[in-house]
Ligand binder design. Structure first.
Ligand code: UGA
Length: 451
C-alpha cells in the first residue's frame, strides 16, 4: 500500500510519543507533537531531547523540517488526519491502568476534522477502545475513526524497533480506518496483523506477559541451578537453540523492571480479575520477579553476615543498559533494602540519576569511585563500561573482594582467577562449577573425531 504524506498529531512527548513522531516524520509525514509540560516543549523546539534514547536525537534532527512541538491542542489537531495517543498509563493503587491521561486527550479532541482517525498507541486494558469509541460518539465525533495500533518498541532500541518491526498490529472497528493506518506505515517492511480492536489490545498485553513469563521461568530455573550445581547460562543456551523455543528473554538475573513490564503485568492480572478470572500463571510470574531482586541481599549476607556499616557498591541504576529510565528499576529495591539493613551504599550509573530517588545513597561519578574501599560490589545493570573495567585494579581497591553479578555479565572463571569471590545468578559456585570448560567443537573437529 502507498500513502500520500499525511498530517499527524502526536499527543505525549515521552519515549513512545517522541519515537512515534520522529519515525512518522522520517517516513515523510508532517508531525506535530503536543505535550502538557512547557519545559519539555521548549527544549524540543530548540532541538534538545529531554530523554536518552539512542538514534532519537539524530532522527529528530534529520526530520526537523517536518516536526513541530507545541503545548497548544488547537495547533496540534489543526488539519490532522491522524491523532496518535501516546500518553502514559501508569498503575492506579488498585493495579489497574490509570487511563486519566487518555481521557484528557479524548476530551481535547472536540474540534477534530471530519474523517480524522484517533490511533491508540498507549498500552491500555482490553475494552478501552470500545469505551473511547462510545465517548467519541457521545461528544458528537462519530465522524472520527478509532484504531488500536499498539507499540512494541523497547527502550534503547526503540527507533529501530519502530522502523524495522517484527509486525504492525492494527485493530479497527471500520476496515477503511485500518487501511488508512496501514498506508501511513508505507515504507516499513513488516507483516501487518489486521484484527478487531479488542484483539489488538490483547496482543500487546499478551506479548509483554509472555516475555515476562520467559524471564521469570529462566530465573526460577536459575534458582534451581544454584541448588543442584548447574549453570543457567549454559542451560539457557542449550534450551534456546530449540527453534520452537528460541533464545530471546532467557537471560537469568535480578528480574525485569522498567516502565512497561511491571505495570502491564499488574494491569493484565487485574483485567482478568475484574472479569472474574484468576490468572494464576501471571500472578506467579510477578511474585518470582519480586523475590528475585531480594536474593541479591541474601547473597551478600551469606558472605558478609550483617550488612550494617558495610560499604556496598551498586553498579548500574537504570532498569537496563541503553536508557536513563529509572521506572521500576531493580536497583531501587536492591539499594533500598541495603540501606534498610544499615549498609553504606555507593551507586554509579553512566546516565541515570537516582539522587532524588535514593536519598540515603551516595551517587558517584565513576564506577571506580563507587568501588573504592567497598566490601562488596553488586552489578545491577549490564552497562558495557563494567565489562571494560580493569577488574584486577578493582580487586586491589576494594576492601573485600566480593562481587554479586546480578546479570551474569562477568566471566566467573576470570573473576575468581583475579581473586574475587564471585556470585552470579544460577551459576553454581565451586566445587560444583569447578570443572574446566570444554571448548565447543565446530563441525570440522566433529568430522575429524568421527573419522
Ligand atoms: C518491553 C518490551 O520488550 C517491548 O516489546 C514493549 O513494547 C515495551 O516493553 C512496552 O510495553 O512498551 P522495555 O521495557 O523497554 O520493552 O525493555 P526490555 O528490553 O523488554 O527489558 C525489560 C526488562 O526485562 C529489563 O529490566 C531487562 O533487564 C529484563 N530482562 C530482559 C531480563 O531480565 N532478562 C531477559 O532475558 C530480557
Amino acid at each position: 500500500m502507498t500513502q500520500d504524506k499525511a498530517r499527524v498529531a502526536v499527543f505525549g512527548a515521552g519515549y513512545v510519543g517522541l519515537v512515534t513522531g520522529a519515525c512518522l516524520a522520517d517516513l515523510g509525514h508532517t508531525v506535530t507533537v503536543r505535550d502538557v509540560v512547557a519545559d519539555k516543549v521548549t527544549a524540543l523546539s530548540r532541538g534538545n531531547v529531554p530523554i536518552y534514547e539512542p538514534e532519537l536525537d539524530a532522527l529528530l534532527a534529520r526530520n526537523y523540517e517536518r516536526l513541530q512541538f507545541t503545548l497548544d491542542v488547537g495547533e496540534a489537531i489543526e488539519g490532522a488526519e491522524f491523532v496518535f495517543v501516546c500518553v502514559d498509563t501508569p498503575p492506579t493503587y488498585a493495579g489497574d491502568a490509570d487511563l486519566s491521561r487518555v481521557w484528557t486527550v479524548v476530551d481535547e479532541l472536540l474540534r477534530l476534522a471530519q474523517g480524522a482517525i484517533v490511533v491508540m498507541k498507549s498500552t491500555v486494558p482490553v475494552g478501552t477502545g470500545e469505551k473511547v469509541r462510545a465517548a467519541l460518539d457521545a461528544r458528537g465525533l462519530d465522524h472520527v475513526g478509532y484504531v488500536s495500533n499498539p507499540e512494541f518498541t523497547a527502550e534503547g532500541t526503540a527507533v529501530r524497533d519502530f522502523l524495522e518491526p517484527d509486525r504492525i498490529v492494527i485493530g479497527a472497528f471500520d476496515g477503511q480506518h485500518g487501511d488508512a493506518v496501514e498506508r501511513l506505515h508505507a515504507g516499513i517492511d513488516a507483516p501487518v496483523v489486521r484484527c478487531d480492536v479488542a484483539s489488538a489490545e490483547m496482543i500487546k498485553l499478551a506479548a509483554n506477559a509472555f516475555l515476562m513469563t520467559r524471564i521469570s521461568f529462566i530465573n526460577e530455573i536459575a534458582n534451581v541451578c544454584e541448588l543442584v550445581g548447574a549453570d543457567v547460562t549454559k542451560v539457557a543456551h542449550g534450551v534456546g537453540l530449540d527453534h520452537r523455543l528460541g533464545s530471546y528473554f532467557l537471560r537469568a538475573g535480578i528480574g525485569y523492571g522498567g516502565s512497561c513490564f511491571p505495570k502491564d503485568s499488574l494491569s493484565l492480572k487485574q483485567l482478568a480479575a475484574n472479569s472474574g478470572y484468576h490468572f494464576q500463571l501471571l500472578s506467579a510470574v510477578i511474585e518470582v520477579n519480586e523475590l528475585q531482586r531480594r536474593r541479591v541481599v541474601a547473597k551478600l549476607e551469606k558472605h558478609l553476615g550483617k550488612l550494617r556499616g558495610r560499604r556496598i557498591a551498586v553498579l548500574g541504576l537504570a532498569f537496563k543498559p541503553g536508557t536513563d529510565d529509572m521506572r521500576e528499576a531493580p536497583s531501587l529495591v536492591i539499594a533500598s533494602r541495603l540501606l534498610a539493613e544499615g549498609a553504606n551504599v555507593r551507586t554509579w550509573d553512566p546516565v541515570a540519576d537516582a539522587r532524588t530517588l535514593l536519598t540515603g545513597a551516595d551517587q558517584c561519578e565513576t564506577a571506580l569511585e563507587a568501588l573504592d574501599g567497598a566490601d562488596a560490589a553488586v552489578l545491577v545493570t549490564e552497562w558495557p563500561e563494567l565489562g571494560e573495567l580493569d577488574w584486577g585494579d578493582v580487586r586491589r581497591r576494594m576492601a573485600n573482594p566480593l562481587v554479586v553479578d546480578g546479570r551474569n555479565f562477568l566471566d566467573p572463571a576470570e573473576m575468581r582467577a583475579l581473586g574475587f569471590v564471585y556470585e552470579g545468578i544460577g551459576r553454581a559456585a565451586p566445587p560444583f562449577a569447578g570443572l574446566p570448560e570444554t571448548p565447543e567443537r565446530d563441525a570440522e573437529t566433529e568430522a575429524e573425531a568421527a573419522s
